[in-house]
Design a protein around this ligand. Sequence first.
Ligand code: MG
Ligand code: MG
Length: 242
Amino acid sequence: MRQAGRINALALAEMAAVVRPGIATRELDALAEKVITQHQGVPAFKGYPGPYPYPFSVTVSVNEELVHGLPGPRVLRAGDVVSLDCGTVYQGFYADSAITVGVGTLSPLAQRLVEITEQALHVGIKWMRPGQRTGDSAAAMQVFVEDHGFRMVRDYTSHGIGRHMHEDPEVRYYVKPGTGTLLRPGMTIALEPMVLVSSGETRVKPDRWTVVSADGAPTAHFEHTVAVTEGEPEILTLPEDT
Ligand code: MG
Ligand code: MG
């Protein structure tokens, strides 16, 4: 899973490095697929079951699109908020991580949203310790997000990961601390705050994959695959040199 995580981090970093006005979202998908396969990984998203098998290696979700955006001919423009989500399988083990990046300069609201979402992920990671429960992490992230005036998604969750991309436990938001699965060393969880501006409500676009904010406002999403250890939580989806 560490190796899958490193490859996945590299794919995200290479995509982020080429995000600019004028690039089409399908170019990002092609780049990530190249990086993953060059490192003997397999794109985990391609063919993933859903309304129809997921056709691409990454999801690219722009502005009001929160998650599961389909890459395509859409061209990015300055001011767009772009969430990149990617999964890698390496020798049967999965990693899943996501980042949100701005194209050029973002509006102050969007910039703040992105910063708070990334910080919320790290708030949640701090709770990934033996003896805590999944609800402790989820509630801490949600409180952090709400304290900064934003809303956590209602209908999507963080999740266990390992020999499959989505495993138990499901880590829901809008739960109380002290609830959920007791964390033990060796558990691996894909922690992924999805943050919205005025409400946590979403809807799905007619393409049946893309999830958008109900209020039409920009959204942000960060994710790491994290291992619970005897001590500090270990983030598995970091580049090799960190
Ligand atoms: Mg993901
Ligand atoms: Mg995930």
